[in-house]
Every structure is written in structure tokens, then in C-alpha cells.
Design a binder for this molecule. Structure first.
Ligand code: 13P
Length: 287
């Protein structure tokens, strides 16, 4: 059964560790992420962007796949199914489809509109026992064709959104989605401090978790980050393992072209990556 992310991120905030939120792309991802979380005895958040939801044949299908894999793989660790960077309409669709958590990303809207829409969705989530993440200040990089400028969030705005009763808050602190560019100066711990001074114990979300040095992520976790989003590193691990399989000519040997064989090394690479991240985030044995 899916659970809201509320309890897991609150416990993580109090215990100074973070919950990994891994983006799903297909069935292999779903099976691998849930297997890794179970083997690590860690709570986990699985999430889809609106684009990935479409790719997986709709939010209802995503919820069905996740629920079915939980049942068939005997997953007993807490699992939240979350919408990543949702629009207002996307959030409504995921609430209907049976997700247990949503992110409303109103960061590109005029601030007052972000406040109004977040407030409305907070009320719905409260009634349904769901968790909700909000965003202040766009996160840099490219995601689903949306390119942010890598700005840092305004701590005052963070407080205003946190006070609406959201479960967790994504706030830009120099983090970027995707591969970090050469010469990236690192996370802005000064901004993170200024934000936590305003929002207190509100669990914070670090987007663009791929490619940030582990020690830097762990420092951010000590300072209040309780959810870390990871997508690109799992994609790179999957692609690398698949490439090696093909370059070794294994798809041409026997029935090596069978997708169950062709995709197996990539799926195993995702399991390893998710386990590694869970270790770094400190959520092992916190189920
Ligand atoms: P990465 O692809 O950089 O890991 O970012 C994932 C993310 O933040 C999803 O919202």
C-alpha cells in the first residue's frame, strides 16, 4: 500500500538523514528502485514527471504498476508515489489516479498565484491524507523542456509558502537538474542557512541530486534537506550497462536480443545506484 511521504520526511528531518526520491521511467525502473529500497530496508519515494507519466501511458497506469510491483515483489518498506514538478492540472489528475503525494511547481508563476494555487492544493491533500511539496525559485537545468536559471530561492518567499502547510519545500540553492556543468561552484550553504532560519524544521527538498559530490549532499542533509531527487544518475547507469552489453556483442549471442536479457544489466545497474544513494542519504534501515 502506498503511504503519504509526510511521516518519512518528518522522521528524516528529525534524524538528519534524507529519503531518496527516484524518478521512474518504465517498468524496469519501478522494479529496480523498489527492490533496492526493500533490500536496504529504507523508506522510498518513487516519482514521475508529467512527461514520464505520459511515457508510461498515464498516471493511472503508473499508480497501477507501482501498486502491483509492491504486491508482487513483496515490498514492505514504506513507499510514497509522488508527482514531480506538477502543474495545477497534473496535480489534480494524480490525486484522482491514486498517487499518495504531489509536487505543485508554481515557481514559474507570479508569486501570489503560486501562493493561491499551493494553498488550494494543500487543502485537498490534507483532506485526502496526501503529502505535498511546493517550490520556490526555479531549479536550474532542463527538465521536460523547462529550463530554469539556477537561481536561489528568496528565504522570505520560502517562509510564506512553508506557512501554507506544505509537507516539504523545494528551494533553489544553486542546484541544477541533469549533469552539472564544468566549473559549477557548488551548493549555496549560505542560502540554505538563510532558508532554514526562516522555515525552521520544514523538510527541504534537494532537486538535481545527480552529480553533486556526496559530502556536499550530506552537509545539506545535516542542514535540513530531507528528500533528495535522483533521476539522471540512474539513467546514466542504465545506459552505460546497456551499452557495455551491446558493445560486448551479447545481444548477438543466442537469445541475447530478448529484452528480458538485453535490459537486465541496466536494471541491475539501477538497483546498485539506488542502494548507493540510500547509503549516502543515510536512510538505510529506517523503514
Ligand atoms: P537529476 O536528474 O539531476 O538527478 O534531478 C532529478 C530531479 O530533481 C527531479 O526533479
Amino acid at each position: 500500500m502506498l503511504v503519504s511521504a509526510k511521516e518519512m520526511v518528518a522522521k528524516a528531518r528529525a534524524g538528519q538523514y534524507a529519503i531518496g526520491a527516484f524518478n521512474l521511467n518504465n517498468l524496469e525502473w519501478t522494479k529496480s528502485v523498489l527492490k533496492a529500497a526493500q533490500e536496504m530496508n529504507s523508506p522510498v519515494i518513487v516519482q514521475v514527471s508529467e512527461g514520464a507519466g505520459k511515457y508510461m501511458a498515464g498516471f493511472k497506469n503508473v499508480a497501477d504498476i507501482v501498486n502491483n510491483v509492491i504486491a508482487s515483489q513483496g515490498i514492505t518498506v514504506p513507499v510514497a508515489l509522488h508527482l514531480d514538478h506538477g502543474t495545477y492540472d497534473g496535480c489534480k489528475k494524480c490525486i484522482e489516479a491514486g498517487f499518495s503525494s504531489i509536487m505543485f511547481d508554481g515557481s514559474a508563476l507570479p508569486f501570489e498565484e503560486n501562493v493561491a494555487k499551493t494553498k488550494e492544493l494543500v487543502a485537498i491533500c490534507e483532506e485526502k491524507g496526501m503529502s505535498i511539496e511546493a517550490e520556490v525559485g526555479a531549479i536550474g537545468g532542463e527538465e521536460d523542456g523547462v529550463v530554469g536559471m539556477g537561481e536561489c530561492a528568496d528565504p522570505e518567499e520560502c517562509k510564506k509558502i512553508a506557512d501554507l502547510g506544505v509537507t516539504m519545500l523545494a528551494a533553489g540553492i544553486g542546484n541544477i537538474h541533469g549533469v552539472y556543468p564544468e566549473g559549477w561552484p557548488g551548493l549555496r550553504f549560505d542560502v540554505l542557512t538563510a532558508i532554514t532560519e526562516k522555515v525552521g524544521t520544514m523538510p527541504l527538498v534537494l532537486h538535481g541530486g545527480s552529480g553533486i559530490p556526496d559530502a556536499m549532499v550530506q552537509e545539506a542533509i545535516r542542514m535540513g534537506v530531507s528528500k533528495v531527487n535522483v533521476n539522471t544518475e540512474c539513467q546514466l547507469a542504465f545506459a552505460k550497462a546497456t551499452r557495455e552489453y551491446i558493445l560486448a556483442g551479447k545481444d548477438l549471442q543466442g537469445k541475447g536480443f530478448d529484452p528480458r536479457k538485453l535490459l537486465a544489466p541496466g536494471a541491475a545497474a539501477i538497483v546498485d545506484m539506488v542502494k548507493y544513494k540510500i547509503e549516502v542519504f543515510g536512510s538505510k534501515d529506517k523503514a
